[in-house]
Design a protein around this ligand. Structure first.
Ligand code: SF4
Length: 300
């Protein structure tokens, strides 16, 4: 495993390797997307998580909606989303998301949320309402839900499974050893349980997960994690480079940059293990080209 430790500019900012270079985005299209989303008072994880793919995705008219407010009740140490007291749930939000999906002409939409430990169902009912609102407006839109763990509450998992989005996704985020340090309010085995329950409660629904590398994990640990996900019933997997959202103490620093060749190797290993689809690369995020992942998984 080649170790490419992060170098810093004088300002202290981390230098990104050349393979992070991207073409200039289509600014008028991005401006139009921003206006469409602002007008509807909607959050996107693209903005809230400082996603490096915004230029590419928004330039193609694709965004990931983040429901249940812009403040998370957990404070994971890899995540840019602000943590604190959550906002009141907006009962009109499912309808607003559905209208935005129609306005943007999306055929596939990813809906995610902040963690809502303050709600009895942790937000499952709001996800279900959002799926139903999207389908009521446009029957053919495919929906992927990327959920927090709902504290593995069985009623919440059952409610979402019954709504049958095309893809049920929950991110394991990192290898087992590192998990307590970067997701202190989550639990590795709880996340595996959530995926396992989704597999058991649904049929014809793809189960998906995602993790980051560059946090100090070993090759053996990555292999172990992939096996855990496979045996939990996961069919679609995405692997990407961890990038620290800020230099604040809350956020853990990047331990190393994983090369594109190594990402490609993980992709091949994942396919050999039997995942239906694996997207693996420095800029890959859970919702990155999500529609392609779903459509490719359907073919396999
Ligand atoms: S990868 Fe996902 S979160 Fe990032 S910009 Fe694209 S749609 Fe948004």
């Amino acid at each position: 495993m080649r170790k490419l430790a992060p170098e810093k500019f004088e300002s202290g900012l981390v230098k990104l390797p050349a393979w992070f270079h991207q073409d200039l985005p289509d600014m008028p299209k991005i401006k139009a997307m921003k206006e469409a989303l602002r007008g509807a008072h909607l959050h996107t994880v693209c903005e809230s998580a400082h996603c490096p793919n915004m230029g590419q995705c928004w330039g193609q008219g694709v965004a990931t909606f983040m429901i249940l407010g812009g403040t998370c009740t957990r404070a994971c140490r890899f995540c840019a989303v602000p943590a604190g007291h959550a906002e009141a749930v907006d009962p009109h939000e499912p309808q607003q998301v559905a209208q935005a999906v129609a306005r943007l002409g999306l055929s596939y939409v990813v809906v995610t949320s902040v963690a809502r430990d303050d709600l009895p169902d942790e937000g499952a009912g709001h996800f279900v309402a959002t799926i139903q609102a999207i389908r009521a407006l446009q029957r053919n839109v495919k929906v992927e839900t990327l959920i927090p763990d709902f504290s593995a509450k069985e009623e919440s998992l059952m409610a979402l499974s019954a709504a049958a989005p095309e893809v049920l996704s929950h991110n394991i985020e990192c290898v087992r050893r590192i998990s307590p340090a970067i997701r202190p309010q989550a639990a590795h085995d709880r996340s595996l349980h959530v995926l396992r329950r989704f597999r058991a409660l649904t049929s014809g629904v793809f189960i998906k997960s995602s993790f980051m590398v560059g946090l100090g994990e070993s090759e053996l640990e990555v292999m172990g994690l992939m096996r855990e996900l496979k045996s939990a019933g996961c069919q679609i997997l995405t692997i990407g480079q961890y990038l620290a959202p800020s230099q604040k103490r809350r956020h853990v620093p990047v331990e190393r940059f994983v090369t594109p060749e190594e990402f490609e190797r993980w992709r091949t290993i994942g396919l050999d293990m039997g995942f239906n689809y694996v997207e693996s690369g420095p800029l890959v995020r859970s919702s990155f080209i999500a529609e392609k992942g779903y459509r490719e998984a359907l073919k396999s």
